[in-house]
Design a protein around this ligand. Sequence first.
Ligand code: GLP
Length: 242
Amino acid sequence: DHPTDYSSVLLTTKRARVRHLLETQVICDLRPGEAIPSERELVRRLEVSRVTVRHAIEDLVAEGRLEKSHGRGTFVTGPRIESRLHLMSFSREMRARGLEPQTRVLDACEVPAVVTVAERLGLEAGTPVVRVERLRLADGNPMAHETGFYPAASFPGLLELDLSSLYDIFARHYGKRVTSGEQEIRAEAADTAQANVLGIPRRAPLLVQERVTFAGKETIEFATSHYRGDRYRLQMDLTPSG
Ligand code: GLP
């Protein structure tokens, strides 16, 4: 006979039940951006223990229904950005959704390409590339943290320009229009650095997009973008294969 320990099962159930109560009795009456009541108030209203309330809130934060703001409270999150998979710049994608894109350039410099970057750009290792690290926001909310590499020879003087929209600069200043791309998407848990930049808890889900972009036959970009999993959704049209 193996006695079964049901304690964790029961705990999960209770936690899930309170999570459900929170959604159907509290969050449903609030608008995005509004704060949920204090833990103490929720304990009183839902007649459950403080620990269970705390766990249920943690689950809703992990799911992206709520977000915590240090010292200010816990808030209902805004709508997610739904993105159809196509070749678009961040700036255009946000404007297409009625949101104002903003860019904070965190770092921009010229460096010799390391092997992994050189390979993706079709260059010899050590070739000068411009590295641009940016925080992308929509209506003031952090959406993505992006780091891209661009062949320096293709974009002379790039570092002197306003780097808010790279695809716009490439077209207007260099006459290079993005014509195609290759992209991989994967899931990752935020490490401490990503979490800090994006304003999310450590280990929160991220959608990582790795993109190589072409202007005709020329490879002009290798970029990795970390999107907040709670604010980003990707949609695609499916056609039968073969
Ligand atoms: C998306 C892509 C990036 C690309 C960026 C360009 O975010 N994931 O690879 O660099 O668009 O956008 P913008 O023209 O706004 O800089």
